[in-house]
Design a protein around this ligand. Structure first.
Ligand code: NAD
Ligand code: 6OD
Length: 484
């Protein structure tokens, strides 16, 4: 049986306590995972502290950047291993892991390696009271040891999104991947070794949240900053832990994202775009649109078209290159999604399509699949319209005016992403600027430029990462003022 170990100070480290890593497509055992206890988490933090004072902390920026490019090379040279590990852990289709997750992991390292070499810092010539001048400039320094905690939906993509800028800024990291998807974080350790990243710079501890590696890491006094992607409630617990040491936090949390479809949109492109926005990764992307608002004159046509898209999605084995939709991550998460499918009916929804579990007649029946689902007819106050479901499901409502659409889209405690679909770009700009979110797409969805700010407002997060925003989070600026 395969085993997945912690990675501490350049060594793979086992532990007595282990837990199962299951394949969501059929419930089979992928590996036994070694859970880090408090002692191992401490060893990882101390290894990271030591690494800061050794070779890594002294490397010139261009050499650090070169090594991060080598990490990207190492990911690319192990492409098939990363894809296979991500597919087995998450159940996502092999086509998706190959075109999104693994290429993005390499791109994350390349982007921040290049950015750290070319980024400047502000400077000011300052007039002084005695009629002379002073020069102010800032220098960028690492934060120290960064604790990184990540979820299961895009495990490698989201982990490297934080590891790459943290290392580019000269920090050492201790990462705690989701207990559901531990494999690629440990595989990344091998890429780090190939790339000549010194021992202790990248450490992995496996385990759960409360009373396990996640909590041990967030409470550790020698962590200098915490960056987290996951549920809003978990973010609140981590914030409490960070508060005692007044540690900086960066949070990318949940969403209940809206899409607004105007009657003048390019109909076919929009149906394709919304279908992706609702169903990609079986709806397990924080940016997915669970609320779709469609202008009344095209409402019926749109509902029919999205129903057809949902019913035509090829659900099946993640290993089949033609599969478009895999299972949900776990039996527990499937129960959560199915509880919302039941609730939608109780709340008076019209089931346009789906609402249940598909049947395959083979081993996939032991997997955690649900049907892609579309609802209409719910009140805006319904729990299914207010709460994040995180499955392949959306509710479609109609609107008559732009103001009404904007008001409904913004009526949420979340504020991660929105998308606007219209041929009228003036309106696209106007509506986009009224969205209370961190990211708005017009006539597209999840189109990423890694230099742009990424994050959410309200329950969707604190701070922004991406480009300079990442460099600013993962470093401290020391402003130096020189009287001339
Ligand atoms: P989760 O919050 O349950 O778990 C995320 C990570 O936190 C896991 O590694 C888990 O072990 C750890 N954790 C849990 N409790 C902890 C605690 N008390 N202390 C320390 N660590 C703890 O989230 P999930 O179910 O893995 O992921 C799905 C959620 O993530 C959804 O809400 C989704 O919207 C959100 N998400 C947000 C973004 C974003 O960029 N905004 C991206 C991906 C996922
Ligand atoms: O693309 C990214 O950088 C990013 N953080 C995506 C998050 C997706 C959420 O599931």
């Amino acid at each position: 049986m395969k085993s997945i170990q912690n990675y501490i100070d350049g060594k793979f480290v086992g532990s007595e306590r282990q837990f199962d890593d299951l394949n969501p497509a059929d419930g089979t055992l992928v590996a036994r995972v070694h859970e880090a206890d408090e002692g191992l988490v401490d060893a990882a933090v101390q290894a990271a502290r030591k690494a800061l004072t050794c070779e890594w902390g002294k490397l010139p920026v261009r050499e650090r950047a070169a090594r991060l490019h080598r990490v990207a090379d190492a990911i690319e040279s192990r492409f098939d291993c990363f894809v296979a590990a991500e597919v087995a852990d998450t159940g996502k289709p092999v086509s998706l892991a190959s075109r999104l997750d693994v290429p993005r992991a390499a791109a994350n390292f390349r982007t921040f390696a290049d950015l750290i070499k070319t980024s400047g810092i502000e400077s000011f010539q300052t007039e002084t009271p005695d009629g002379k001048n002073a020069l102010n400039y800032a220098v960028r320094k690492p934060l120290g040891v960064v604790g990184i905690i990540t979820p299961w939906n895009l495990p490698l993509l989201l982990l490297t999104w934080k590891v790459a800028p943290a290392l580019a800024c000269g920090n050492a990291v201790v990462v705690k991947p989701s207990e559901e998807t531990p494999a690629t974080a440990t595989l990344l350790a091998e890429a780090m070794q190939d790339a000549g990243i010194p021992n202790g710079v990248y450490n992995v501890v496996h385990g759960f949240g409360r009373n396990s590696a996640g909590e041990f890491l967030t409470k550790h006094p020698d962590i200098n900053a915490l960056t987290f992607t996951g549920e809003s409630q978990t973010g609140a617990a981590i914030m409490k832990a960070a508060a005692s040491g007044v540690k900086p936090v960066s949070f990318e949390l949940g969403g209940k994202n809206a899409a607004i479809v105007f009657a003048d949109c390019d109909f076919e492109d929009t149906v394709n775009g919304i279908s992706d926005a609702v169903f990609l990764n079986t709806g397990q992307v924080c940016l997915c649109a669970e609320r779709v608002y469609v202008e009344r004159s095209i409402f019926e046509r749109f509902v029919k078209a999205l129903k057809q898209k949902a019913e035509n999605l090829r659900i099946g084995s993640p290993l089949d290159p033609n599969t478009q939709t895999g299972p949900l991550i776990s039996a527990q998460h499937r129960e959560k999604v199915l509880s919302y499918y039941r609730l939608a009916r109780e709340e008076g929804a019209t089931v346009v399509t789906g609402g249940g579990v598909p049947h395959f007649g083979d081993s996939l029946d032991r997997g955690f699949y649900v049907q892609p689902t579309v609802y209409t007819g719910l009140k805006e106050s319904a729990r299914c319209v207010k709460e994040e479901i995180f499955g392949p499901v959306c509710h479609i409502a109609q609107f008559d005016s732009q103001e009404e659409a904007v008001a409904m889209a913004n009526d949420t405690h979340y504020g991660l992403a929105a998308s606007i679909w219209t041929a009228n770009l003036k309106r696209g700009h106007r509506v986009a600027q009224q969205m209370n979110v961190g990211i708005t797409w017009v006539n597209c969805w999840f189109l990423r430029d890694l230099r742009t700010p990424f994050g959410g407002v309200g329950l969707s997060g604190i701070g922004r990462e991406g480009g300079m925003h990442s460099l600013n989070f993962y470093s401290e600026l020391n402003n130096i003022c020189i009287k001339l």
